[in-house]
Design a protein around this ligand. Structure first.
Ligand SMILES: CC(C)(COP(=O)(O)OP(=O)(O)OC[C@H]1O[C@@H](n2cnc3c(N)ncnc32)[C@H](O)[C@@H]1OP(=O)(O)O)[C@@H](O)C(=O)NCCC(=O)NCCS
Length: 162
């Protein structure tokens, strides 16, 4: 990656920008109140920023994770479509793996829709493996989901090798 990328806790002031990325990324989206609720519930909210034209920080990715000891569950995660395939997703996953280790969680999990082939490929490339299948997981579409997981150390190792 060439441009400087800042990865740090997400601020509630970024919800509107995250909503824009969310709408471009998912058919069923988190609304403003869902983001607020995630902050209120103590989710780990991580953001990635790049410098904008006036050197202001522009949000390009966000992730929300819930600690369910001993698991660290990714519940929402997206990269701005204009900035995909440049390693931002991998940089976010590295941060998530480090937070999981810091919080003494020994497994990272994420539920991925069966038709979300890009996310399946992405998480596989990050070292997560598909385990349990959740049948008819979604109310709005007849779609199954895969529960993918990995040890945080395994993810860091995979990213290190890239
Ligand atoms: C999945 C997502 C987060 C990936 O973010 P990203 O910044 O593009 O990912 P990276 O550039 O770090 O990609 C890392 C690796 O993942 C894999 N990958 C990522 N996008 C891929 C694609 N479109 N096709 C195939 N493999 C892909 C590749 O192995 C890639 O490495 P490479 O570019 O060296 O080949 C992004 O596509 C996204 O936001 N999708 C919509 C939201 C979503 O589905 N979120 C997950 C919900 S469970």
């Amino acid at each position: 990656m060439i441009r400087p990328l800042i990865i740090c806790p997400m601020s509630m002031d970024d919800i509107a920008d995250a909503r824009r990325i969310e709408r471009q990324s998912f058919a069923q989206t988190w609304k403003h109140k869902d983001f607020e609720l995630a902050f209120d519930n103590g989710h780990s909210a991580i953001a990635a920023y790049i410098p904008g034209p006036c050197l202001e920080n522009v949000l390009v990715a966000y992730a929300f994770c819930r600690r369910k000891y001993p698991r660290f569950k990714i519940v929402n995660f997206a990269v701005d479509p204009a900035h995909r395939r440049s390693g931002i997703g991998a940089a976010m996953i590295r941060r998530i793996a480090n937070e999981a280790l810091r919080d003494q969680c020994d497994e990272i999990i994420v539920t991925v829709r069966e038709k979300n082939l890009v996310a399946l490929q992405f998480f596989r490339a990050m070292g997560l493996e598909a385990g349990m299948i959740l049948r008819n997981e979604y109310a709005e579409t007849p779609e199954d989901a895969y529960v993918m997981s990995a040890l945080p150390e395994r993810i860091l190792e995979m990213i290190e090798q890239r």
